[in-house]
Design a protein around this ligand. Sequence first.
Ligand SMILES: CCCC/C=C\CC(=O)SCCNC(=O)CCNC(=O)[C@H](O)C(C)(C)COP(=O)(O)OP(=O)(O)OC[C@H]1O[C@@H](n2cnc3c(N)ncnc32)[C@H](O)[C@@H]1OP(=O)(O)O
Length: 300
Amino acid sequence: MALTVGLRPLTRALLRPWARVPGAALGRPAAGSGDGVRCFGSPRVLVEPDPAAGVAVMKMRNPPVNSLSLEFLTELLISLEKLENDKTFRGIIITSDCPGIFSAGLDLLEMYGRDPAHCAEYWKAVQELWLRVYLSNLVVIGAINGISPAGGCLLSLSCDYRVLANNPKYAIGLNETLLGIIAPFWFKDVLVNTIGHRAAERALQLGFLFPPSDALQVGIVDQVVPEDQVQSTARSVMAQWLAIPDHARQLTKNLVRKPTADRLLQQRDADIQNFVRFISRDSIQKSLHVYLEKLKQKKG
Ligand SMILES: CCCC/C=C\CC(=O)SCCNC(=O)CCNC(=O)[C@H](O)C(C)(C)COP(=O)(O)OP(=O)(O)OC[C@H]1O[C@@H](n2cnc3c(N)ncnc32)[C@H](O)[C@@H]1OP(=O)(O)O
């Protein structure tokens, strides 16, 4: 089956990119950027530009848990593309606007009870986000101010540097096996690249969600700081990274990351087909059902 799914036809039509942020954020001056600079973004992604520093803070706000739905992924992609294409910016800080949650990972409702065409379109968007963040020419720093399982962890791992808030609730890891699903090879590759083969082998099989102290020890994050210092630390780290000439840093990043990205780029369609086949299995749909029910019951 030749896959012809694309992100743009459905999702671009749904969105009005770069609409001014509604409500309180509309026209609000960006923090630390002087009077003239305004926040912009889309309903689920708030961008606070600091042109003087060449940095934009991208705040994810898809409440309640910043799950990576198709629409949210699309808005993230549009924001990233816009920032990449604007020479003003040399770095972005990705953080969350949802208290206590960085991102709950992929949106389970995009994978549960959906038809194959939808799953294929969704997976293509997931691939796209990873490739864009992982290979970005910009310096990308994760200011991780909440829990960050599975797809949320992948987003963090795709940054150049990760600062995690020191709160025992803010666990991070690829916990797919706990849901009865399997982290795709490119999730696994990024984890192996970050924490090494043996640690990744254990973490992936056991679905570890590392609390901050363990996360730092294993190297899944680069720094753990008090919660109220996450943003300022991300800013200082950004300044260090921006002190390096862009062309040298970018070429070096590409040198290091391209082989990993190429593994997916060489088989994107096959990866989509594998995902669709896997996620459509009755047994996997049952596992997702059980997990979603558990999430519901947790409340009651
Ligand atoms: C081949 C397949 C490859 C797939 C690769 C990657 C997979 C993933 O990324 S799968 C997603 C993995 N994520 C998780 O396991 C996290 C699940 N969520 C939680 O553990 C908790 O929600 C969380 C700790 C993030 C937050 O806890 P609370 O603050 O207590 O909120 P609730 O649990 O009450 O959740 C609120 C609301 O959101 C719904 N929810 C949570 N996570 C997701 C999600 N990932 N996708 C979709 N929806 C999610 C949750 O069910 C609640 O919904 P309502 O009951 O309708 O309010």
